[in-house]
Structures are given as structure tokens and as C-alpha cells.
Write a protein that binds this ligand. Structure first.
Ligand SMILES: Cc1cc2nc3c(=O)[nH]c(=O)nc-3n(C[C@H](O)[C@H](O)[C@H](O)COP(=O)(O)O)c2cc1C
Length: 188
């Protein structure tokens, strides 16, 4: 698949529709190498990626439950079950983080988040080009200090997203895309 074909055909695949095999070995290395092609002002390299697969997904579920109970000590069983099961929906979750650097005043936090987000998009496009599917999700866990701490992040750092990977269980459902011309103008 050539690059433009890949860009024009990627769609998000809901996590529960992503099954084995997930990218692994050389395929996963290639996805991370694509991440390293993201634009990165000041060569800060603010991105950190944590691979969560196999039994570690259950531990991530445990962490989500702990975080939920800290946020809401009265959380009901249904909410607890939902958090526990969340990472188990796909065979692979990559937790994409921005470790914010304050060393270069000309590269503010927002630019470091943008660099990480660009890296994530490269990863998702690379995965798609190789026949895998992916989904970027955030939610309360991405902003939760207990979850952030488990990934070695300080309050000022960010979880950009939990990126779910696998093989699409069935053909992707295409959805209408906006007409780009609505968002583009000539500035004079
Ligand atoms: C930063 C970010 C966070 C997102 N978080 C969630 C989320 O927590 N849950 C969700 O259902 N979709 C979330 N989405 C949306 C999906 O990733 C996806 O973009 C959407 O389902 C549209 O699919 P598409 O990529 O095929 O257009 C998020 C998107 C972005 C950019």
C-alpha cells in the first residue's frame, strides 16, 4: 500500500473489534520507528511508549479500578467491571505519554504534546499500512494522577492516549469524511 493510499483509507477500529494477531516483533519495531519520524521541535524527544500486552493488560485493568475507586469510593460493580475489562478488549495497548521538558523555553509543553500526538498518528498509519487496526482513546484514566504515576509521570506530564492495536475482526466501516475545502481558505 503506498503512503497516500494508507492515509486515505485509515479508519479507527473500535477496540473490541481488534483481535489477535497484534503487531509484534519486526512489525512493532517498524511502528515505533515510524513514531520517531514525527516532527519534534528542539529534538526534545518528549514521547514515552509503554507496551501493555498479555497478562499486563489485566494489571492495567487493576490500575484503572484503583484509580476509579480513588475518584469515586462508591463506584458500583458495573463501573468497576468496565474499568477492569477496558484494556482486555484488544490484544495490545500502547500507552503514549509526553514527559514534559522545561529545558528549552522556545519549546513549550503544547509543542511537546503535538510532537507526541504526531508520533501516535504515524504509528496508527504505519499499523494500518501493514494490515493492522488501531484506536486512540483517552478518558478519565488519561488524566488520573494515580494512573499517570504508574507510568512514571509527574502531574505536569501527560498521557496522550491509550492506543489499542490488533487485527480488525471484519472489514472497516467507512464513514463520511468532511469536505476539506470547508476548512481551507487562501489568506491574503
Ligand atoms: C486525543 C483523542 C482522544 C480520544 N479519546 C477517545 C475516547 O476516549 N473514546 C472514544 O470513543 N474515542 C476517542 N477518540 C476518538 C477516536 O480515537 C476516533 O478518532 C473516532 O472514533 C473517529 O474515528 P476515525 O479515526 O475513523 O475518524 C479520541 C480521539 C482523539 C484525537
Amino acid at each position: 500500500m503506498d503512503a497516500i493510499e494508507a492515509l486515505m483509507s485509515r479508519v479507527s477500529i473500535p477496540p473490541k473489534l481488534l483481535v489477535e494477531p497484534a503487531p509484534a516483533g519486526d512489525s512493532l519495531d517498524e511502528i515505533f520507528a515510524a513514531a520517531m519520524r514525527a516532527p519534534d521541535h528542539g529534538a526534545i524527544q518528549p514521547w514515552r511508549f509503554h507496551i501493555v500486552s498479555g497478562d499486563a493488560r489485566g494489571k492495567l485493568g487493576d490500575l484503572f479500578v484503583e484509580a476509579l475507586k480513588k475518584r469515586d469510593p462508591n463506584a458500583d460493580d458495573e463501573a468497576v467491571q468496565k474499568e477492569q475489562a477496558r484494556p482486555l478488549r484488544s490484544p495490545l495497548v500502547i500507552v503514549a505519554c509526553t514527559k514534559v521538558s522545561h529545558e528549552k523555553a522556545n519549546v513549550p509543553k503544547v509543542e511537546q504534546i503535538v510532537a507526541t500526538a504526531a508520533a501516535v498518528q504515524n504509528m496508527m498509519n504505519a499499523a494500518h499500512a501493514r494490515g493492522f487496526g488501531s484506536f486512540l482513546a483517552t478518558g478519565k484514566n488519561a488524566r488520573d494522577p494515580h494512573v499517570k504515576a504508574a507510568f512514571g509521570l509527574a502531574d505536569d506530564d501527560e498521557i496522550i492516549g491509550f492506543v489499542y492495536f490488533g487485527t480488525p475482526r471484519r472489514g472497516a466501516m467507512e464513514k463520511p469524511r468532511p469536505d476539506a475545502r470547508e476548512f481551507v481558505s487562501n489568506w491574503t
